[in-house]
Design a protein around this ligand. Structure first.
Ligand SMILES: *Cc1c(COP(=O)(O)O)cnc(C)c1O
Length: 357
C-alpha cells in the first residue's frame, strides 16, 4: 500500500527570516560588549526551532537556551551540543545522564540539582541564582555551599522579574547579581532577557538571553522601531457566503448582519491558538485591507467580513493581523502567549508539517 502525500495545510506560519536575523543582530549590538544568545524554549516560542535555529546560527548566535530535556533533543540536531543549556536543570538522575550523553549543559537551580550533577560525574554546567524572582534558582544563602565550589561553571546567571517595567526591582536584582558575580567563579555571567538588554550596559555582563524580541515582540518602548515582526500567520478562505440583512453569524448569533454583506469562512479557530478573545475583535489582512472578525471564533474556523476585499475568494489566503504589540493590546493576551499559542496545525518550514511553499 502506498502512503499518499498529505495535502498542504490551510494554515501556515510564514517566518520572515531576514527580520529574525536582523532582530538577533540588533539585540547583539544593543548588548554592547556582551554576546547575545537565544532563548529557543517552547519550540522557539512556537515559531519552530527547526526553522529558527539555522537562521540565528547563520546570523552569529552561539548560545542557546531550552527549558526541557525533550527540547534539547531537537536543538542538538541544529547546533553543537556544547552551545546548548537546559534551563530546568536535572530534575532526575535520568536527566543528568541524558545531559552527559548529549553533551549539553544543565542549568543547575538548587543544591539538590548541584549534588545530582556532581554525582553524575559533573563537567561543564551553568548555574542559575535567584536574585528576586523566586522561581527556579539557587538561593543567595546557598552560594557558599562547598558543593558549588566543586562545579565547573560556564555561565552563572540570574533572571529579571520586571525588566519590562521601570521598576526599582531591576536595580535591586542588579545589585544582588553583582554580589553573585563576586562570589562565584565562572567563565561568563548573564542577567538579561530581551527587555533587560534595553536597561543599559550595567545589566549586560558577558552574555544576554533574548527570546521574545528575537521573534518580533517588543517588551519595552526602547526596542520599538528596532525590532521587526517575524511571525505572519496565514489562513486559507474555505468558503464565501452572502448574508442577507438580519442573518446571524456563528455560535450564539453574536453578530447580526445590518445589511446584505459578503463574508468569508477562514480555517483558523481556538484549537489553533486563535482564542475566543478574538471574537468580534480580531482582523485579517488581504491586499492592504484590514477585515474584521465577525461573531464568535469556533474551534476550527472563524468568519471575517469581506466587504472591503471584493477580490478575496475561496482558496485565497488572508494574514492574521498579528503585530505583537497591537495584537496583545487588542486581545488581552501577552505577546509571549500570542506566539506560543499558535498551534501544531500551522505548517512551519522545517517543522512537523512539510513546507507548503
Ligand atoms: C525565557 C527566558 C529568557 C528569555 O526571556 P524573554 O523575555 O523572552 O527575552 C531568558 N532567560 C531565561 C532564564 C528564560 O527562562
Amino acid at each position: 500500500m502506498t502512503v499518499a502525500e498529505r495535502p498542504p495545510s490551510p494554515l501556515r506560519l510564514r517566518l520572515d527570516r531576514a527580520a529574525l536575523a536582523g532582530n538577533w543582530a540588533a539585540l547583539d549590538r544593543l548588548s554592547g560588549a556582551a554576546r547575545a544568545g537565544a532563548a529557543i524554549k517552547a519550540d522557539a516560542y512556537g515559531l519552530g526551532a527547526a526553522a529558527v535555529m539555522p537562521v540565528l546560527a547563520e546570523a552569529g548566535c552561539r548560545d542557546w537556551f531550552v527549558a526541557h530535556w525533550q527540547e534539547a533533543a531537537e536543538a542538538v540536531r541544529h547546533v553543537p551540543a556544547a552551545q546548548i543549556a537546559v534551563l530546568h536543570g536535572p530534575m532526575t538522575d535520568a536527566d543528568a545522564a541524558y545531559a552527559k550523553a548529549l553533551g549539553v549543559r544543565p542549568v543547575l537551580n538548587s543544591l539538590p540539582q548541584v549534588q545530582r550533577w556532581l554525582t553524575a560525574g559533573g563537567g561543564p554546567c551553568d548555574l542559575m541564582v535567584d536574585t528576586g524572582i523566586n522561581r527556579l534558582g539557587l538561593a543567595m544563602a546557598d552560594l557558599g555551599d562547598p558543593a558549588i565550589a566543586a562545579l565547573e561553571i560556564d555561565c552563572c546567571m540570574s533572571h529579571l522579574a520586571s525588566a519590562d517595567e521601570d521598576s526599582a526591582q531591576n536595580a535591586a536584582q542588579l545589585a544582588r547579581f553583582r554580589s553573585v558575580v563576586a562570589a562565584i567563579p565562572a567563565q561568563r555571567y548573564s542577567l538579561c532577557n530581551s527587555a533587560g538588554i534595553a536597561l543599559g550596559a550595567d545589566y549586560h555582563f558577558g552574555l544576554t538571553r533574548p527570546g521574545l524580541a528575537l521573534y518580533g515582540g517588543v517588551p519595552r518602548r526602547e526596542l520599538s522601531g528596532v525590532i521587526a515582526q517575524v511571525a505572519w500567520p496565514e489562513v486559507a478562505v474555505m468558503q464565501v457566503r452572502n448574508l442577507a440583512a438580519g442573518d446571524a453569524v456563528g455560535y450564539n448569533a453574536t453578530f447580526v448582519a445590518p445589511a446584505p454583506m459578503r463574508v468569508g469562512v477562514i480555517a483558523v479557530g481556538y484549537a489553533d491558538g486563535y482564542l475566543r478573545c478574538w471574537s468580534g475583535k480580531g482582523h485579517v489582512l488581504h491586499g492592504g485591507e484590514r477585515l474584521p472578525v465577525l461573531g464568535r471564533v469556533s474551534m476550527d474556523m472563524t468568519v471575517v467580513d469581506l466587504e472591503a476585499a471584493p477580490g478575496c475568494g475561496e482558496g485565497d489566503w488572508v494574514t492574521l493581523d498579528y503585530d505583537p504589540v497591537a495584537a496583545a493590546a487588542a486581545s488581552g493576551l501577552s505577546q509571549y502567549e500570542l506566539f506560543t499559542l499558535l498551534g501544531r496545525r500551522f505548517a512551519r518550514d522545517g517543522g512537523t508539517f512539510s513546507p507548503t511553499r
